[in-house]
Design a protein around this ligand. Structure first.
Ligand code: NAP
Ligand code: MG
Length: 404
C-alpha cells in the first residue's frame, strides 16, 4: 500500500514523561506506516526548553502561525519540585500558556464518547463541549506576598501621565498576606466570543456562557457585555435560523443546570473556570484520558492536544521497568484531528479519511473489549481485557490496517 502524501508540514510539538513515550509509539505504529509524514518537529520536552531558555516554545507557536495546524504532546509545567528534579535555570511558564498568549483564541474540549463507557451523570446523553478562553486572567497575573504592614494598591498610569488609583487592602501591623493583579483585553474577549458563536453554529448546538458578573461588576461584567453585544449584532439571526440559542447565566447557576442537563451543548467559560470545569467534565464523562482539546485561534490556526497531563505516576513506573497501562486515546485523537484539519485545508481527502478511520479503529478496539486500565475500571462491557500501553496501541494499529 502506498503512503498518503502531505503538502504542508504539520507542526509537531513533542513533550514530556509518559506522554512522550506514547507519542513515539503512536507515530511508529499508527502514523508513519500509513502516511508520508511531513512535520516540522519542535521538542518541547523540559530539557530542551531549559537548553533554549524556553525559546523553543515561542518558535513552535510561531511555526503554528506559519503553517496553521499543530499537534502537541502534554508537557510539564515546572513548579519548584520540577526545578530541582531537572536542575532548571528558572521556573518556566506553562508552555500552553505561552502558546495561547501568542496564538490567542479559544480552547474547545470535548469528551470522546464510546459505547461501554457511560457518563457518571445519568442524565447526560450527549457530549458537553467546554470552550475555555485561552488568554489572560490568573494565567498572566502579577502576584505579591505581603510580609509586613502597608497599603496594597492598583494603579493605572495613562500614557498622558494621569493616574487612577484604588486601594486593594491596607495591611495593618501584624498582618501579612497576598494580593494580585489580573488583566484581559477586550480584543481577546471579542475573539473568544466570536470563536464560540462560530463553533456553536458549526456544531448546531446551543451556547451557554457563564461568569460571576454580580460579584465582579467590571471584570466579569465586561465579558458578559461583550458576548451580548456581539451576539445581538452578528449572530442572533443565524442562531434563530438554526434553531439554537445563546444564553448567559451566573457560573454557580450554570454548574447546577449542567448537572441536570442532557448534554449536547457548548459551555463557554473564562480561562480558570474552563481549566477546572473541563477536568470535572472529563472525569464525569468517564476518564481524564478521554478528552480532546483544540485551540482555535481567530486567525484560523489550530492546535490539537490531549486534555490530560504527562501522567507522571505512570512514567515513574515505566522508568522502573514496570508495565504500564496508560490510555493513549486522547493523544491519538489529537493526531487524527490535526491530520484531518491538514487534509481539509490542503484538500487531501485521503488524509481526512485517514483521520476518521484512525478514530474509528480506536473506538472499535475499546468496544471490542480491549482497553487500558483506567477504562476497565469503569466500563459496562463484560470481561474487558486490560492491555499495556504498547499493546493497546498495537491493537488499534491492527484494526486500522484492516480498515484501510
Ligand atoms: P495528569 O498527567 O493528567 O495525571 C493525573 C492522573 O490522572 C494520573 O496520575 C492518572 O491517574 C490519570 N490519568 C491522566 N491521564 C491519563 C491517561 N492518559 N491514562 C491513564 N490515566 C491517566 O495530571 P498531573 O499528574 O496533575 O500532572 C502531571 C504533569 O502534567 C504536570 O507536570 C503538569 O504540569 C503537566 N500537565 C500538562 C498539561 C498539558 O500539557 N496540557 C495538562 C495538565 C498537566 P492514576 O495515577 O490514578 O492512574
Ligand atoms: Mg487543568
Amino acid at each position: 500500500m502506498s503512503k498518503i502524501e502531505m503538502k504542508t508540514p504539520l507542526v509537531e510539538m513533542d513533550g514530556d514523561e509518559m506522554t512522550r513515550i506514547i507519542w513515539q509509539e503512536i507515530k511508529d505504529e499508527l502514523i508513519l506506516p500509513f502516511i508520508d509524514l511531513k512535520s516540522e518537529y519542535y521538542d518541547l520536552g523540559l530539557k530542551k526548553r531549559d537548553e533554549t531558555d524556553d525559546q523553543i516554545t515561542v518558535d513552535a507557536a510561531e511555526a503554528t502561525k506559519k503553517y496553521g495546524v499543530a499537534v502537541k504532546c502534554a508537557t510539564i509545567t515546572p513548579n519548584q519540585a520540577r526545578v530541582e528534579e531537572y536542575g532548571l535555570k528558572e521556573m518556566y511558564k506553562s508552555p500552553n500558556g505561552t502558546i495561547r498568549a501568542i496564538l490567542d483564541g479559544t480552547v474547545f474540549r470535548a469528551p470522546i464518547l464510546v459505547k461501554g463507557i457511560e457518563p457518571n451523570v445519568r442524565t447526560w446523553e450527549k457530549p458537553i463541549t467546554i470552550a475555555r478562553h485561552a488568554y489572560g486572567d490568573v494565567y498572566r497575573d502579577s502576584e505579591m506576598k505581603i510580609e509586613g504592614p502597608g497599603k496594597a494598591e492598583i494603579v493605572f498610569t495613562g500614557t498622558d501621565g494621569k493616574e487612577i488609583r484604588q486601594t486593594v487592602y491596607d495591611f495593618k501591623d501584624g498582618e501579612c498576606g497576598i494580593f494580585k493583579g489580573e488583566y484581559n483585553l477586550s480584543h481577546s474577549i471579542e475573539s473568544f466570543a466570536r470563536s464560540c458563536f462560530t463553533y456553536a453554529l458549526d456544531k448546531k448546538e446551543d451556547l451557554w456562557f457563564s461568569a460571576k458578573d454580580t460579584i465582579s461588576k467590571k471584570y466579569d461584567h465586561t465579558f458578559k457585555d461583550i458576548f451580548e453585544e456581539i451576539y445581538e449584532k452578528e449572530y442572533r439571526e443565524r442562531f434563530e435560523k438554526n434553531g439554537i440559542t445563546y444564553f448567559y447565566t451566573l457560573i454557580d447557576d450554570a454548574v447546577a443546570r449542567v448537572m441536570k442537563s442532557k448534554g449536547g451543548f457548548i459551555w463557554a467559560l473564562k480561562n480558570y473556570d474552563g481549566d477546572v470545569m473541563s477536568d470535572m467534565l472529563s472525569s464525569a464523562f468517564g476518564s481524564l484520558a478521554m478528552m480532546t482539546s483544540v485551540l482555535v485561534s481567530p486567525n484560523g490556526y489550530f492546535e490539537y492536544e490531549a486534555a490530560h497531563g504527562t501522567v507522571q505516576r505512570h512514567y515513574y513506573k515505566h522508568l522502573k521497568g514496570e508495565e504500564t497501562s496508560t490510555n493513549s486515546v486522547a493523544t491519538i485523537f489529537a493526531w487524527s484531528g490535526a491530520l484531518r484539519k491538514r487534509g481539509e485545508l490542503d484538500n487531501i481527502n485521503a488524509l481526512c479519511d485517514f483521520g476518521d478511520k484512525l478514530e474509528r479503529a480506536t473506538l472499535s478496539t475499546i468496544e471490542s473489549g480491549k482497553m487500558t486500565g483506567d477504562l476497565t475500571l469503569i466500563t459496562s462491557i463484560k470481561d474487558p481485557v486490560k492491555l499495556s500501553t504498547e499493546a493497546f496501541i498495537k491493537a488499534v494499529a491492527d484494526k486500522l490496517s484492516s480498515l484501510l
